[in-house]
Design a protein around this ligand. Structure first.
Ligand code: GZL
Length: 312
């Protein structure tokens, strides 16, 4: 009988099924949808129960979801913070409830870094730099007026991607950002803002390149460029970040030029860190970095083929 009991207990200890609450930004882009899909499959692989709350890109919804996860007594909370400020109060409540918090794909600005265990994120400044460096090389010393479609106002990734691109073109006076506005990471807003840029700039003839902080806004911009009778990828170059399938399809059609790939698997590394922490108390590094790479038209087909296995 004792053998049976000890076997049962040890078995239970090994297969502890964790419950994680995930306060997701929303479903504003193809990349975001893939991130949610991958989070579900990564949880299933580990036998973890994942509860996902769609914040519809509103911080108050995300905070409500975190409060509800605390009330449910989940084992850990994941947050993809839509903006980088305003998180201290609810994170203090999670800390008081002794529930570890992981940040996925976006960062927050808090004085007390113990309010979260780790952030899984790309280097978003580097992502913007990769696009800027590509443009500098591609355009040489020809004059190039750039319009910029920024991500969500106040999102860490938008602030960082703006900085990285601006730093990369800083030493090249022939390249100028003539207009910059938020398209909120969505295709429809990206198209709308690009239409206004085109109207304001001699029906787009003054514009040499559009830098979009994500592919979905770039795809919206490409539609706007075509509707203005111009050729995206030729009359107006494009550079954007994420690596969703449609941007590689646009590249194959010669309508997009440069792309930086962002993995949608932000949850996997957080689950690994959580399990390790629960097993032996190991604290993960504060920042768990994911890689960013530049892709151009010749690699579009191989990138497109790869996407099926990445949650798209
Ligand atoms: C980046 C992520 C961004 C994506 C967009 O880490 O926060 O949010 O680039 C998404 O597609 O809206």
């Amino acid at each position: 009988l004792t053998t049976l009991i000890s076997a049962t207990f040890s078995g239970a200890a090994l297969a502890e099924n964790l419950t994680v609450g995930f306060s997701q930004v929303g479903s504003e882009s193809g990349w975001r949808a893939a991130e949610t899909t991958v989070a579900k499959s990564e949880a299933a692989k580990r036998g973890i129960t994942l509860k996902i709350a769609d914040g519809q890109q509103k911080q108050e919804n995300q905070i409500k979801a975190v409060r509800s996860f605390i009330a449910q007594g989940v084992d850990a909370i994941f947050i993809a913070p839509v903006v980088q400020t305003g998180w201290e109060p609810v994170l203090e409540e999670a800390k008081d409830a002794k529930i570890p918090v992981f940040l996925l794909d976006r960062a927050i600005t808090v004085k007390d870094k113990s309010l979260y265990m780790a952030v899984v994120t790309a280097d978003n400044v580097y992502e913007g730099k990769l696009i800027g460096d590509w443009l500098v090389k591609d355009i040489g010393n020809k004059p190039c007026n750039v319009v910029e479609l920024q991500g969500t106002v106040g999102a860490s990734v938008a602030i960082d991607r703006k900085k990285g691109f601006a730093d990369a073109i800083a030493g090249h006076s022939n390249i100028k950002i003539i207009r910059s506005q938020s398209g909120d990471f969505t295709r429809s807003k990206g198209k709308e803002v690009m239409e206004s840029f085109i109207k304001a700039e001699n029906n787009g003839k003054n514009i040499c390149m559009v830098y979009a902080h994500n592919d979905d806004m770039a795809i919206g911009a490409i539609q706007a460029i075509k509707e203005a009778g111009l050729k995206p990828g030729k009359d107006i170059l494009t550079g954007s970040i994420d690596g969703v399938p449609d941007i590689y399809r646009a590249m194959l059609a010669g309508e997009a030029n440069a792309n930086v790939e962002l993995t949608p698997n932000m949850a996997g590394p957080a689950f690994d860190a959580l399990e390790k922490f629960r097993k032996d108390g190991t604290m993960p590094p504060k920042i768990i970095k994911t890689e960013s790479r530049l892709y151009l038209q010749p690699e579009a087909q191989s990138q497109l083929d790869k996407k099926k296995g990445m949650g798209y």
